[in-house]
Design a protein around this ligand. Structure first.
Ligand SMILES: Cc1cc2nc3c(=O)[nH]c(=O)nc-3n(C[C@H](O)[C@H](O)[C@H](O)COP(=O)(O)OP(=O)(O)OC[C@H]3O[C@@H](n4cnc5c(N)ncnc54)[C@H](O)[C@@H]3O)c2cc1C
Ligand SMILES: NC(=O)c1ccc[n+]([C@@H]2O[C@H](COP(=O)([O-])OP(=O)(O)OC[C@H]3O[C@@H](n4cnc5c(N)ncnc54)[C@H](OP(=O)(O)O)[C@@H]3O)[C@@H](O)[C@H]2O)c1
Length: 280
């Protein structure tokens, strides 16, 4: 494989299931500065093109303050056919080496409005499956520095054991509920296959993650709005969405008629209320 790319050495992995895992890498040259929400591009020898590198981007789940290892949260894409990169990654263990490209990406926390004033609106983070990864970096970073903005993190997974980072997020919520003044954080989790045996005992919300921000059946406030104790409007709320394009579309369907617009549809003055990153 090319010698011009720096090495990412796998140091730790934690398997949540047989196809979902947290990977922690040491990066040759150390962990670079990056913005929460950016992705690292990993490379492996291309299985079909000798001498070439197969590259794939992965959202960074660790915050930039963590300088020993960089954490990624990865699904083995097994269906309908085994994914090229993740099938090579999956058997790897501590000590195995990949290559990487520096973090990049624009799915980052918006701190100012187009007129230069500070962004103070609530952040509603909506992650489907591994789409929670960039939000772990957001939340740990904001928790580290303190944050006056309210944050509501919504995570959806098919199965309870796929609600990665649940304990961490419940702990961060506890801290908020017990009165740290510069930390207003709530965590909502939902399971989309409640009827399956693997989810027996789950008594929390059900449905895909977008159901947490969709109006109730009677048109009343969504679960996230009930937690916030306020209806969401473009004046008080921003959305960040990561996961399948279907999740992004469902969120926009739920909020578009209230005047929310994405960055791609920014208003004449450059303002927008929804930032998203999707794949597929
Ligand atoms: C900005 C960004 C950040 C990302 N962050 C993450 C992250 O944090 N965690 C994460 O797990 N993923 C993330 N991804 C997705 C990741 O980059 C890869 O796309 C993913 O891991 C699949 O790669 P693969 O090579 O294993 O699969 P690929 O070989 O690229 O295949 C992708 C999918 O297509 C299907 N497929 C392939 N060939 C065919 C075919 N002939 N017919 C039908 N279906 C086919 C496969 O079954 C698979 O489901 C991110 C993507 C982007 C763009
Ligand atoms: N930064 C990024 O761009 C980024 C970061 C991380 C991940 N990703 C991508 O995000 C996606 C999530 O992957 P995953 O393996 O983690 O997901 P997953 O575990 O298979 O599914 C997560 C949740 O999404 C639902 N879902 C499945 N298909 C959907 C669709 N077409 N539209 C809307 N929701 C859907 C699932 O519901 P059911 O139980 O009903 O199937 C489940 O609740 C992948 O495409 C991944 O590559 C992108």
């Amino acid at each position: 494989m090319s010698k011009t790319h720096p090495k990412a050495i796998l140091r730790e992995r934690e398997d949540l299931t047989d196809s979902l895992a947290v990977f922690r890498f040491e990066l040759e040259g150390g962990i670079p500065d990056f913005e929460p929400g950016q992705f690292l591009t990993l490379g492996l020898p291309h299985p079909d093109k000798p001498g070439k590198v197969l590259w794939r981007p992965y959202s960074i789940a660790s915050p930039p303050e963590r300088k020993d290892l960089m954490e990624l949260y990865v699904r083995w894409a097994r269906r309908p056919v085994p994914g090229k990169f993740t099938t090579l990654l999956w058997p790897m263990g501590p000590g195995d080496e990949l290559v990487y490209r520096e973090p990049k990406g624009a799915f980052t926390i918006q701190r100012t409005r187009p007129d230069g004033s500070p962004e103070t609106r609530r952040m509603v983070l909506v992650g489907g499956g591994t789409g929670i990864a960039p939000f772990i970096a957001y939340v740990l970073h904001l928790h580290h520095h303190g944050c006056d903005r309210e944050i509501i993190l919504c995570h959806g997974a098919s199965y309870v054991e796929e609600l990665g980072y649940r304990k961490l997020l419940q702990g961060l919520e506890e801290e908020s509920l017990h009165g740290r003044p510069d930390w207003k954080f709530r965590y909502l989790a939902t399971i989309s296959r409640p009827q399956e045996e693997r989810n027996a005992g789950w008594d929390g919300p059900t449905g895909r993650v977008e159901t947490l921000i969709q109006p109730a059946a009677d048109g009343g406030p969504s679960l996230a709005e009930r937690v916030a104790d306020e209806r969401f409007t473009p004046e008080n709320t921003t959305f960040y969405v990561c996961g399948f394009q279907g999740t992004v579309d469902a969120v926009m369907e739920a909020v578009r008629d209230r005047g929310f617009v994405t960055r791609k549809e920014a208003r004449e003055d450059g303002s927008f209320d929804v930032l998203y990153e999707s794949y597929g």
